[in-house]
Design a protein around this ligand. Sequence first.
Ligand SMILES: Nc1ncnc2c1ncn2[C@@H]1O[C@H](COP(=O)(O)OP(=O)(O)OP(=O)(O)O)[C@@H](O)[C@H]1O
Length: 212
Amino acid sequence: MLELKQINKSFNGQPVLVDINVTIEDGKTLAIVGPSGAGKTTLLRIISGLETADSGTMIWNGQPTTAQALRKEGVIGVVFQNFELFPNLSVMRNITLAPTLQGVDQKKADETARKLLDRLELVAQENAYPYSLSGGQKQRVAIARALALNPQILLYDEPTSALDPLLRENVAALVNQFKASGMTQVVVTHDMDFAESVADTTYHVGKGGDGQ
Ligand SMILES: Nc1ncnc2c1ncn2[C@@H]1O[C@H](COP(=O)(O)OP(=O)(O)OP(=O)(O)O)[C@@H](O)[C@H]1O
């Protein structure tokens, strides 16, 4: 369980997040919702260690920690809004690059990647380059890449916004499939229908007070 307590963040003197208290429960899906500009992405970036809070604490399984420490330990995986795939690498290499940089041998990394490609229906795309993939395929590669590092919490930033609306149900099915296998997930979205279709708990950013 990851707890965020009294998180505050301002940009240029403008408060964006004020006293945020949120708990990410093991095996559950938390949706972080709120209007545009409310600070959803900022909160996700703080949880994933890409942004630093001005104040507040994080507690991981009862122990005080920092997002940077969690990131270093590989606790958190992130699926970015625009997927952020490496354009000059094949699907396979996109998935295996980080594990091999972390010391996993190439053969083992390839083996893990092939299992993920199979699970995410990307076997035929193994040698393809990102430019040739559909939006849904790019997103599944981004998910496979995050899962290759075996994170304990998977965060998604606006997973439906870069996709054809018809694919929304596919993403929801995938998130729910991961939940069934025990994954802890956090989904940042402004899409309330999507949030409802995946979330065990919904946290409202930008309403003031404790939105959980
Ligand atoms: N690096 C930054 N420097 C300055 N201001 C920032 C920075 N990042 C975010 N902001 C500001 O913080 C506020 C919240 O932004 P954020 O992207 O977290 O909102 P959001 O709820 O995710 O919005 P959207 O749904 O439109 O993506 C906005 O006013 C934004 O301009």
